[in-house]
Design a protein around this ligand. Structure first.
Ligand SMILES: CCCCCCCC/C=C\C=C\CC(=O)SCCNC(=O)CCNC(=O)[C@H](O)C(C)(C)COP(=O)(O)OP(=O)(O)OC[C@H]1O[C@@H](n2cnc3c(N)ncnc32)[C@H](O)[C@@H]1OP(=O)(O)O
Length: 280
């Protein structure tokens, strides 16, 4: 028998995300809850939400529109079963022309700057594996809820012969601290859900999307009585150091990416890694 309390809780969890809001891209689905104003943004680029220039651009446009249209919060998730995001699309970095590589990297930087600095409260509803760039997306949100214990999350770049850029690293440092970040990044560690919870890389581990939505509701509820401007400024100050580095060093960061990614041994490693993924 359902108790009144269970009924009330279930109703608040299952509130329909009724108002559909066009992201302008088939790769990103956005539903805005017309009662709360919270938007659920789902990446849907098959097969693994590889972050290519198009998906990154679509995410960036979506974040802009949600702010302009005064959404009250955002949940960043995926519509692909068992995949949050496989990270940067390696085929964008393999054999790319300098022009395409530059456009790709600049789009990634803009998307991250927008996501990391948005005044909206943000939750990553991690309903699948989240390696590398997928982990960056989740870490850039304010609160992380993982659904199910079978997924992994982390910055595994060194396993591919790459290094995570400074702003990826700093984002992780701000969550789990320098010691754990150094250990994790030098070994390219992908944390199991339990490990991620223990170390604080995720805030909650729940069994279903329904529970994750309830946790998100609870998180957004923290700000019900907090004036948005005060909340936004506080978030800005806390995040300023990590953000300012990229804002001040965008060109340098792009040069480092371009120079490193085009090195013959790095390209060879990327090619082999892509092949190994395809052979599976
Ligand atoms: C010293 C010099 C250093 C230079 C540094 C430069 C600065 C930094 C530069 C880059 C930073 C990069 C950060 C990144 O995000 S790199 C991406 C890292 N991602 C991964 O390692 C994840 C790889 N993927 C997987 O582990 C799995 O695919 C998984 C996500 C767990 C899903 O598994 P599963 O469901 O079994 O799916 P498949 O593996 O079969 O994959 C399906 C198809 O998707 C293709 N795929 C997968 N991941 C990627 C990817 N990241 N990019 C492009 N394509 C990807 C895979 O090949 C399959 O393709 P197909 O269907 O054709 O066989």
């Amino acid at each position: 028998m359902t108790t009144v309390l269970q009924h009330v809780v279930r109703r608040s969890i299952l509130r329909p995300f009724a108002k559909s809001f066009s992201s302008g891209s088939p790769l990103v689905d956005v539903q805005v809850n017309d009662k709360t104003g919270v938007a659920i943004v789902k990446m849907g680029r098959a097969p693994v939400n590889g972050l290519n220039t198009e998906l990154l651009g679509a995410l960036n446009d979506t974040f802009d529109s949600l702010e302009k249209n005064k959404a009250t919060g955002m949940i960043l998730s995926s519509s692909i079963p068992n995949i949050y995001s496989a990270g940067l699309d390696i085929s964008e970095m393999y054999n790319g022309t300098p022009e395409n590589l530059t456009k790709f990297w600049n789009t990634l930087q803009s998307m991250w700057i927008n996501l990391y600095s948005t005044p909206l409260p943000t939750v990553a509803l991690i309903n699948g594996n989240a390696p590398a760039g997928g982990c960056l997306l989740a870490m850039s949100c304010e609160y992380r809820v993982m659904v199910g214990s079978k997924f992994v999350i982390g910055l595994n770049e060194t396993q591919l012969g790459l290094f995570a850029p400074k702003w990826f690293q700093d984002t992780m440092v701000s969550i789990i601290g320098p010691r754990q970040t150094e250990l994790a990044l030098t070994s390219g560690k992908l944390f199991s859900a339990q490990e991620a919870l223990k170390i604080g890389l995720i805030d909650e581990l729940v069994a279903s999307e329904e529970e994750a939505l309830a946790s998100s509701d609870k998180f957004f509820g923290l700000f019900k009585r907090i004036p948005g401007y005060a909340r936004g400024q506080t978030k800005n100050f806390v995040r300023a150091e990590v953000l300012d580095w990229l804002l001040k060093n965008r060109e340098h960061d792009t040069k480092v990416f371009l120079n490193s990614i085009q090195l013959p041994h790095v390209q060879k490693g990327l090619g082999l890694y892509l092949q190994s993924l395809k052979k599976k």
